[in-house]
Design a protein around this ligand. Structure first.
Ligand SMILES: *Cc1c(COP(=O)(O)O)cnc(C)c1O
Length: 457
């Protein structure tokens, strides 16, 4: 998503040179036609910038339907999908249990703006199986959840500043559309027009995996930092897997300074395990945010904390936050159905093992051929990086020039009926619906595509 912010301003529509690789391009006439229309309706023809294919060849594919690990586009091309709607679809597309729960809930109406039993049921399922939250509130997106968590942290601590990390995406709320300036500890610079400089001045941005910068920030802004916010595992600008002791360090320095630690688990929540990255690192956040998987493909976000901290939220406390469609019954039913499946014993073990094997065998192929290519993975998230670095823990370590290789790979994969998110900064997701057969097919396509990227065959 960060990539998309950059591309929003600089991106132009790329030429789409004829394929020279012996594999014909898939038919895209219907998608191209729909895209032409869409451009007259929406900025860039899309309702979220990365969808515009500005970082890869061609124009966006318009998706007609999904089932299991497959999607079909408007031209009837079928793909094995590793985008999974950017994360929510951990059970795959159009899962029968989720679909049935949604259609059942819809029989009673779409929205009431009054409490329903379904909200209680989803809340109970989460709170009983998550040691990090005592009370929660549902929102309608991840952005809203994070925005509300930040306000809560500020209201609870009565401090204004927040500290975030370069390379972490937390949705598009003003105070988080901020990137690092130059220097070790900097006030952020806005990364979007329309964000007042004065808002960015309340956000401190430092590099990931850097203790000194965080320590300096706490010295320089003593008693002013309401919260440190970090993604459970940064997975919106490459997959920047942090060391466990770095996350523990953040926990300690927040505790020492009476600041809150916000773990933004919108992408990692219910993905790395039911209790997300907090459990993976065994670190207790003060506030945690969820989104994506929690809604089973419908728009749901959530933030949660101890009963004491949540007591600051209105109407119990002075921090205002609301939503016309918050806790929407149809969305609650989808979340309830999906999360119930995730609690089945062995669910994560199987999914993560499958992903690990997939990533390992791609890595073995690339290593055997001396390709400058790494597959980073954690849980059921993977990221293809055109690098020879063993680890990438900071945004600065990603070579923008390597994205040219991703572009070629993306096209070759589409031509072999594999759909990845249209940016080399985005991660891929394996779902429970990806069977061995499809993963083998995908691997073969990936091997062929890597050969073309590196040998031009
Ligand atoms: C996707 C994401 C968000 C934003 O969620 P939306 O539902 O797109 O608003 C926030 N934080 C993280 C870590 C995310 O991955």
């Amino acid at each position: 998503m960060l990539d998309s912010i950059k591309k929003m301003f600089s991106g132009s529509e790329e030429d789409y040179p004829a394929s020279t690789t012996g594999k014909p391009d898939i038919p895209r006439e219907k998608s191209a036609e729909l895209y032409e229309k869409a451009k007259s309706y929406f900025p860039g023809g899309v309702n979220s910038p990365v969808r515009a294919f500005r970082s890869v060849y061609g124009t966006p594919l318009f998706i007609q339907k999904g089932d299991g690990c497959f999607v079909w586009d408007a031209d009837g091309n079928q793909f094995i999908d590793f985008c999974g709607s950017w994360g929510p679809l951990i059970l795959g597309h159009n899962n029968a249990k989720v679909r049935e729960a949604v259609t059942a809930a819809m029989q009673n109406g779409m929205s009431f703006g009054a409490p329903t039993a379904l909200e209680n049921q989803l809340a109970a399922l989460i709170i009983e199986n998550n040691q990090y939250v005592e009370k929660i509130r549902f929102t309608s997106s991840g952005t809203e959840a994070v925005m509300s968590a930040i306000r809560l942290a500020r209201g609870y601590t009565k401090r204004d500043k927040i500290l975030k990390f370069e390379g972490c995406y937390h949705g598009h709320a003003d105070s988080l559309l901020v990137k690092a300036g130059s220097g070790l500890v900097t006030f952020g610079e806005t990364s979007s027009a329309g964000v007042p400089k004065s808002f960015a001045d309340e956000t401190i941005v430092v590099s990931l995996n850097d203790r000194e910068a965080v320590e300096r920030a706490f010295e320089q802004f003593k008693d002013q930092i309401a919260a440190v916010i970090i993604e459970g595992v940064p997975a919106n600008n490459g997959l920047l897997i942090q060391d466990a002791d770095y996350i523990s360090f953040l926990r300690e320095i927040c505790t020492r300074n009476n600041s809150l630690l916000i773990l933004d688990e919108v992408i990692t929540g219910f993905r790395l395990g039911f209790e997300g990255a907090a459990r993976h690192y065994n670190v207790r956040p003060d506030i945690v945010t969820y989104g994506k998987i929690i809604g089973g493909g419908l728009p749901v976000g959530m933030y949660g904390a101890s009963a004491e901290i949540m007591g600051t939220v209105s109407p119990e406390g002075p921090v205002y936050q609301a939503g016309t469609l918050s806790g929407n019954p149809v969305a609650m039913a989808a979340g309830l159905a999906q999360l119930t499946e995730l609690l089945r014993s062995g669910f994560y073990k199987d999914l993560n093992k499958k992903t690990q094997e997939f990533a390992d065998s791609i890595q073995r192929f690339a290593t055997a051929r001396n390709y400058k290519f790494k597959v980073f993975s954690i849980g059921s998230i993977f990221w293809f990086a055109f690098t020879d670095k063993e680890n990438i823990k900071t945004a600065e370590e990603i070579d923008p020039a390597s994205m040219e290789k991703f572009k070629v790979m993306h096209r070759e994969l589409l031509n072999r009926n594999i759909y990845l998110g249209p940016s080399g900064y985005e991660v891929g997701f394996v779902s429970a619906a990806h069977s061995k057969v499809e993963l083998e097919k995908a691997k073969r396509a990936i091997f062929e595509s890597l050969d073309i990227v590196f040998r031009g065959k």
